[in-house]
Design a protein around this ligand. Structure first.
Ligand code: XIL
Length: 470
């Protein structure tokens, strides 16, 4: 669901839409164009979701399917929140309990509830070292790599079009001062497992925003934060599809809210990705807890690309850390001081309109390329294959002079066909398929490389692709 549609449906910032109409009769058309989507708040919202929507954000909660029959729980959910994250139901052990056997019953209950009530869905999570089914825990090497990519592809394809943002990879970095990757069976399949997962997710659901999600990445001076920052910067530089960074933000005395939190949010945003606070909970009580919630919300609203906040549960008793009473509602469903502070901060915060456009998809118009001296190019392909499908990554390298455009021919084996592609415009789906550059990657400097990719059914290509420069 796009934002405008969601707003029109009533849950997303109906107030903003109404104010937009008001502006239409009281101000000139030029002003209307700039203000209709996110007019400055004239009247404060009265729920978390409505107030966030007035600022162009969502406010979500982690939801457990088995609580959807609890009327107090559902009452708060429907009144206050306009985004949900399944707390456990989309994890690997839940969705693929046996290899190749996918179960979506509990996840569907949450997704259906969300869609029926105009809420966004954050998908959590496609690839993670934890909560793996037993069969996957026992796997390694190329078998695990293929199984992981197949999982990403199958789950993201099943939910294609229904997910606002996917936590494609969760918690891949180690704690402490090293900035290293976390050791795991997935990490041992090769350092490129994260980007392989992101490419497979993009191929499966090109409309979903793709996030990297982690904890202890809130303090800008921590090595783990810097390591994630470097990963995202590298992905953006090399054209690996990534749209957002999720900061879990589980705060307690051992892992407190840091004074440089806003710097962290802004620094990630400056890389050209959205930032989402994905699993917020703050242990404590009373005014201290309320003030920390206020700070987190104020920081998010100060960063244009901080597009939403999700709290990790509804009532304190729903929390995975219930003894820390870290949420906005008490066990009876009453609003805590933390709730009031959060709502006040949402209503008081900046009115910056974050970008709401979906992730970049290849343009359908032919690319225009600047004039220049044509040079040669070469192309090579690397494959992630599983039984019945593959994801191909193609590297286009310019020869001794800069090129301004490229056309790559890939010969597919009999029975294979292309189902998706990214960072390219494809012609044909079987036999020899032609891939052309799009507007932003036609120009390749001498000796340097750009990448595009495609997904297909059947067996992937084995022959070296042809490359023609223009
Ligand atoms: C937690 C759930 O809340 C618990 O119910 C479950 O037992 C364990 O996982 N980081 C994450 C979440 O990304 O998936 C975790 O959720 C909390 C930490």
């Amino acid at each position: 669901m796009n934002d405008l549609f969601a707003r029109a449906s009533g849950r997303f910032g109906a107030g903003a839409l109404r104010r937009g109409a008001l502006v239409a009769v009281t101000a000139g058309a030029a002003v209307l164009a700039a203000t209709v989507a996110f007019a400055p708040s004239a009247s404060a919202g009265t729920t978390l979701g409505a107030s966030a929507a007035e600022k162009g954000r969502y406010f979500g909660a982690a939801v457990a399917a088995n609580k959807l029959s609890d009327s107090t729980y559902v009452g708060i959910l429907n009144r206050e929140f306009n985004s949900v994250t399944p707390e456990n139901e989309m994890k690997l052990d839940a969705t693929e309990p046996q290899q190749g056997v996918f179960t979506f019953t509990n996840a569907d209950r949450i997704v259906n509830h969300a869609r029926a009530n105009g809420m966004k869905v954050r998908g959590h999570t496609l690839a993670w070292h934890s909560q793996q089914p037993g069969w996957m825990q026992n796997m390694s090497g190329t078998a695990l790599r293929s199984a992981m990519l197949n999982h990403v592809t199958q789950v993201a394809t099943y939910y294609r079009g229904k997910i606002d943002s996917w936590d494609v990879v969760n918690e891949a970095f180690a704690d402490g001062s090293t900035g290293a990757r976390r050791d795991s069976n997935l990490q041992r399949t090769g350092n490129d497992w994260i980007e392989a997962a992101f490419r497979a997710a993009r191929a499966a659901d090109p409309g979903a925003k793709l996030c990297y999600n982690d904890y202890n990445t809130d303090n800008w001076s921590h090595a783990k934060t810097q390591a994630v920052y470097n990963l995202v910067r590298d992905f953006k530089t090399r054209g690996v599809p990534i749209d957002c960074v999720g900061l879990q933000s589980h705060f307690n005395s051992g892992s407190p809210y840091p004074g440089n939190y806003r710097t962290t949010l802004q620094s990630f945003a400056d890389l050209g990705v959205d930032v989402q606070i994905t699993e917020l909970d703050i242990e404590g009580s009373g005014t201290t807890q309320a003030n920390t919630y206020r700070s987190v919300v104020t920081d998010c609203l100060a960063v244009a690309r901080c597009t939403g906040i999700t709290v990790w549960g509804i009532r304190d008793t729903d929390s995975w850390r219930s003894s820390g009473t870290p949420l906005l509602f008490d066990g009876s469903g009453n609003k805590k001081p933390a709730y009031t502070a959060t709502l006040e901060a949402l209503n008081a915060g900046g009115t910056t309109n974050p970008p709401t456009t979906p992730p970049t998809t290849p343009p359908t118009t032919p690319p225009t390329t600047p004039p220049g001296t044509p040079g040669g190019c070469t192309a090579s392909v690397s494959l992630n294959q599983w039984n019945g499908g593959f994801v191909a990554t193609v590297r286009v390298t310019a020869g001794s002079s800069r090129i301004n455009g490229w056309t790559v021919g890939v010969a597919l084996p009999g029975g294979a066909s292309v189902t998706n592609s990214w960072n390219t415009q494809a012609t044909g789906t079987s036999g020899t398929v032609t891939f052309r550059n799009v507007s932003y990657n036609g120009q390749v400097n001498a000796g340097t490389t750009t990448e595009f990719g495609f997904q297909g059914t059947g067996t992937g290509p084995t022959a070296t692709p042809t490359c023609t420069a223009s």
